[in-house]
Design a protein around this ligand. Structure first.
Ligand SMILES: [Zn+2]
Length: 359
């Protein structure tokens, strides 16, 4: 074996045990004037989960720099950017009933999106094989033209666009936040280079994400919506992954897998009525890491979205990071309800004409 080959294998082994972490103290300054579920304490819980999972394992830190205007404009309209800049002039305010802005929000939002973009770039350039972006405000509800649902800029969508700019041919975004990632779908539903797969409680805010929404134009077949019935638990998510999520991502063969990692499908979460536990997140993360490894590159980046029970958030983030570092958790098996199977059948029927792996 040549020294060159040995060095490359060695760096690959080191990389598989290393995770790149995005974090920045500016995220804590995005704070509502009154009690709000999307609060800085959430990030402290997630940080604690990451720290517990890492222990003494090596990590690299990715600095969360401000996102550039050209990166924002890949995903959002100039009108949205102007309106947002206007709303973020330094005082407290609200964009809608759910979505507040504070004096620190502009820096936080710009660094959150810039940090996510940097993580995607680091993964595509093989400077890391796994990453977790600890950030606030979350992003997946922010559409091309509007902020909503606690989200100002769409972090994961800006990250996916940055990955394409860095040379990725295809990017898959799996969104396991309990709410539909309407903003991310809006960004890429006509773009065949980005596959968007969302598992969400149905019906629930924001009301989009029906199984028949499968993309538009050249992007038909690269949007998948799994409308999970309320009460879905580890078995239902396990089945959804086996029947739909994993075949789709594997068949699409992305150069990078990004995860909109929200933790509000946990049984303890106050905003939804699903039944996941921390191990379920470990299992879903393991399954996606396995697909990425089978594709030959192993690149998986997690971007924090929702999750509003602090203990659940901490333990679930810990399970995710442990899986990212190589811990193995099997997808749950077991009986699922007829309603749940019918919902998956609906998604499969809608997509099968466009996705041979589902036939
Ligand atoms: Zn959510």
């Amino acid at each position: 074996m040549s020294d060159d080959v040995r060095a490359r294998q060695c760096s690959r082994m080191i990389a598989s045990k290393t995770i790149a972490i995005v974090d920045d103290e500016s995220f804590d300054a995005h704070r509502a004037p009154r009690k709000h579920v999307e609060c800085p304490e959430r990030l402290d819980a997630a940080r604690s989960g990451v720290a517990r999972a890492l222990g003494s394992a090596p990590r690299t830190t990715i600095a969360a720099r401000e996102v550039r205007e050209d990166e924002i404009l890949r995903v959002h309209s100039r009108e949205h950017l102007r309106a947002l800049e206007g709303a973020l002039r330094g005082s407290f305010g609200s964009i809608d009933a759910d979505t507040y802005v504070a004096p620190g929000s502009r820096t936080a939002a710009w660094r959150a999106a810039g940090g996510a973009a940097e993580l995607a770039r680091a993964l595509v350039e093989d400077r890391a094989r796994r990453g977790f972006a600890l950030l606030r405000p979350p992003g997946h509800h922010a559409e091309r033209d509007r902020a909503m649902g606690f989200c100002l800029l769409n972090n994961v969508a800006i990250a996916a666009a940055a990955a394409l700019d860095a040379g990725a041919q295809r990017v898959a975004i799996v969104d396991w936040d309990v709410h539909h990632g309407n903003g991310t779908q809006d960004a890429f539903e006509s773009d065949p280079r980005v596959m968007f797969v969302s598992l969400h409680q149905w019906p629930l805010y924001p009301g989009t994400g029906a199984p028949g929404e499968i993309g538009r134009g050249a992007g038909v077949g690269t949007t998948a919506n799994l409308a999970m019935p309320p009460g879905s638990g580890p078995e239902e998510y396990g089945q959804a992954f086996r029947r739909v999520v994993l075949p789709l991502v594997s068949g699409f063969a992305p150069d990078l897998v990004l995860v909109s990692a929200g933790y509000d499908a946990h049984a303890s979460d106050p905003l939804a009525s699903m039944r996941l536990d921390a191990a379920s997140y470990g299992a879903m993360a393991t399954a996606l890491v396995d697909v990425a490894e089978q594709l030959g590159h192993g690149r998986v980046g997690f971007v924090l979205e929702g999750g509003y029970d602090l203990d659940a958030l901490e333990s679930s983030v810990e399970a995710t990071v442990r899986a990212a570092l190589g811990a193995r958790v099997a997808l749950p098996e077991g009986r699922t309800s007829g309603t749940s199977q019918a919902a998956l059948d609906h998604t499969i029927r809608a997509l099968a004409p466009h996705r041979p792996e589902l036939r």
